[in-house]
Design a protein around this ligand. Structure first.
Ligand code: HL5
Ligand code: SIN
Ligand code: MN
Length: 264
């Protein structure tokens, strides 16, 4: 799968591009079975909603399950990300945000790169995020909303509170834009929420402003987000690095895999 000139231009101008039908139903089934297994194991990789039990995010499933290991190397994701960056890539982070039916919570408005810059000393904002729809994404189940073209604004600096991160997962709440900033930004950058069937892929810049609402629908919205980083932009931690499930330490360039994900 190769991005057309038009798709590349969309990524550069809008900060995102949607690729429909990238994975088969059987492949998505295989990923969902592996996810259900992975979520059963409590530990630092599993982040819950405020009730302390409902899964909100799980990190680094590609280090525990072969189907996710194949996913991060698949040409269908790695190919477009390489085309966009023109560089050798490795996995900086992989997470699955399991926004549950009837109550999966919101994700505050934020940019990703500033978090990785502050927490991990990531030197450049050249990451490509690849979001894979594990469920149909509709207007009802809390789609990601982007401010179109906002990645071109660069890093929107936060106040001193932005330094208050711990050593674990950082919820975008800690880096959220203020209502006044948002109200101002939408004058130039329209809100858009790409939607589509399970198996679709949404590529987006680590500099684009994004967020998402609560899921009040009876349908889950499981979204896998894989962040590729150029080998040349690997973090240079000054103190103790954050754990490996949040900040990938294997900077070996990924080699493409051309097979289906659900092979045995
Ligand atoms: N939760 C991520 C981390 O690295 C940061 C957020 O959407 C990505 C901003 O801890
Ligand atoms: C994120 O920005 O990482 C979360 C977006 C979402 O899952 O809606
Ligand atoms: Mn984000």
């Amino acid at each position: 799968m190769k991005l057309t000139e038009e798709q590349l231009a969309s990524f550069h101008n809008d900060g995102f591009v949607l690729l429909e039908d990238a994975f088969s139903g059987d492949e998505i089934d295989a990923l969902c079975i592996a996810l259900a297994e992975d979520q059963r194991v409590p530990g630092p990789c599993l982040i819950t909603e405020n009730d302390g039990v409902t899964p909100r995010s799980i990190y680094a499933s590609h280090t525990r399950h072969p189907v996710f290991e194949r996913l991060v190397r698949t040409e269908r994701l790695l190919g477009p990300a390489r085309q966009i960056t023109g560089e050798d890539l490795y996995v900086h982070q992989m997470k699955i945000n399991s926004k549950q039916a009837f109550g999966g919570e919101r994700w505050a408005w934020h940019q990703d790169y500033i978090v990785w810059r502050d927490a991990d000393n990531m030197p450049a904002a050249s990451q490509v995020n690849v979001a894979l729809f594990l469920d149909d994404v509709t207007e009802f189940n809390g789609p990601v909303i982007f401010l179109r073209g906002s990645h071109r604004l660069g890093t929107l600096e936060r106040g001193a509170s932005a330094q208050d991160h711990g050593t674990g997962h950082i919820d975008p709440d800690a880096y959220s834009l203020t209502p006044a900033e948002l109200a101002d930004l939408v004058k130039q950058h329209e809100m858009v929420s790409p939607k589509g069937a399970r198996g679709g892929v949404l590529l987006f810049s680590s500099q684009i402003v994004h967020g998402s609402g609560t899921n009040v629908s009876p349908f889950a919205r499981r979204l896998l987000i894989l962040t590729y980083n150029p080998v040349s932009a690997a973090p240079r931690p000054v103190g103790a690095p954050r754990p490996e499930h949040l900040v990938g330490r294997d900077h070996t360039p990924l080699e493409v895999d051309r097979g289906p994900l659900d092979r045995t």
